[in-house]
Design a protein around this ligand. Structure first.
Ligand SMILES: [Zn+2]
Length: 81
């Protein structure tokens, strides 16, 4: 891949620096890359990150469904159904 600013190919994976970026990375399938020529940071959509994000979403949905079922069970118990 190439840097959008200086067209260099010296791009490296970059770690998330702050909480905001980690949050973005958690919800969006992007990876940040840093250019070693001009030092700019570029978010990139990658297939692997996409797979991880889909897995996370699936886990979230399964967790929400289980939580909802437990909730309904407790409520029906309390209401005496
Ligand atoms: Zn650059």
């Amino acid at each position: 891949m190439r840097c959008p600013q200086c067209d260099s190919t010296r791009m490296r994976r970059s770690r998330s620096r702050n909480r905001r970026e980690r949050r973005i990375r958690f919800f969006l399938p992007v990876r940040y890359y840093r250019c070693h020529e001009c030092n700019c940071r570029v978010p990139r959509l990658t297939a692997r990150a996409l797979g991880e994000a889909v897995g996370r979403y699936a886990l979230l949905i399964v967790g929400a469904v289980l939580l909802w079922r437990a909730f309904r069970f407790v409520f029906s118990f309390l209401l005496g159904y």
